[in-house]
Design a protein around this ligand. Structure first.
Ligand code: G1P
Length: 291
């Protein structure tokens, strides 16, 4: 059983988004839009739906639009009301009121592990979540809630996983796991291995719950692949010291931080959206009929 309630979530958002250039030259990848809202808003909504309403976003240079997005836009709200756009007013004003959001600036892009370490003073001695906004996971049960269930039963750190093709293991952190009753216990993990070295096909997909012991491990973690302080390396040390569990997530998952995943997310979610699906379906049917 956890000693302290789980309320806080960290969104590392200071990365340079190099996999999606030139789109991310001046726009943070977290602000890329899936259908009609940015990735970071999907992420925050997932935290809230998983009963975590204290949010910390780790930002960096060129990331101001994230703060603007969650801020009150008094002029826009006034204008929407003045022209009678009540429905849109409600949609917009909800964004600035949905959560308690704090920001910490990571001054140098030293890696995901370093970004999470920047959250240490804000987290204190509590368990906390970490979410990567470019991994979009949608389903009946929010991904963070799936992790929370295991955390509440065990008090331990819990990592979200999905099975990937062997040809894709080099893109992810990959875990070595063993069944422990109903749970999947993680023995070790390795960041972006080649297919030959991958201990399994189970990939880490940007959903984590950690005990605060992680910070002790992060403080001792040296830069490794790409010269960055890797979160996966600290998690691996944590798994040697205390139990770390994995959850194979249910839901539709899109790796939206690269063009293929982003396009798939827009196409599929566009076709599922009640407002846009009818016109989009017709348009696509016409295009396909001509080819
Ligand atoms: C990060 C993590 C990696 C994880 C991936 C999920 O890598 O370091 O372990 O599998 O996110 O998308 P990145 O995609 O930032 O290189």
């Amino acid at each position: 059983m956890p000693k302290k309630p789980l309320r806080k979530v960290v969104f590392p958002a200071a990365g340079m988004g190099t996999r999606f250039l030139p789109a991310t030259k001046a726009i943070p990848k977290e602000m890329l839009t899936i259908v009609d809202k940015p990735l970071i808003q999907y992420g925050v909504e997932e935290s809230l739906a998983s009963s975590m309403d204290e949010i910390l976003i780790i930002t960096g240079r060129g990331k101001n639009t994230i703060e603007d997005h969650f801020d009150i836009s008094a002029e826009l709200e006034r204008n929407l009301l003045a022209v009678g756009k009540e429905k849109m007013f409600k949609k917009i004003s909800r964004i600035s009121r949905m959560a308690n959001i704090a920001y910490v600036r990571q001054k140098q892009a030293l890696g995901l592990g370093h970004a999470v370490l920047c959250a240490a003073p804000w987290i204190g001695d509590e368990p906390f979540g970490v979410q990567l906004a470019d991994e979009l996971i949608l389903g009946k049960e929010p991904a963070m809630q799936q992790l929370r269930t295991v955390h509440e039963a065990t008090g331990a750190s819990v990592i979200g996983l999905v099975e990937v093709a062997s040809s894709d293991v080099h893109k992810y952190g990959i875990v070595k796991a063993k069944q422990e009753g109903d749970l999947l216990r993680l023995d070790s993990m390795i960041e972006k291995p080649s297919a030959d070295y991958a201990p399994s096909n189970l990939a880490i997909v940007g959903r984590y719950i950690f005990t605060p012991t992680l910070f002790e491990k992060l403080k001792d973690t040296k830069p490794s692949i790409n010269g960055e302080i890797q979160l996966t390396d600290a998690m691996n040390q944590l798994a040697h010291e205390e139990a770390v569990y994995g959850v194979v997530l249910t839901g539709q998952r899109f790796d939206a931080g690269n063009p293929e995943g982003f396009l798939a997310a827009n196409a599929i979610l566009g076709l599922q959206h009640p407002d846009y699906a009818p016109a989009l379906t017709l348009l696509l049917a016409n295009i396909l009929a001509k080819n």
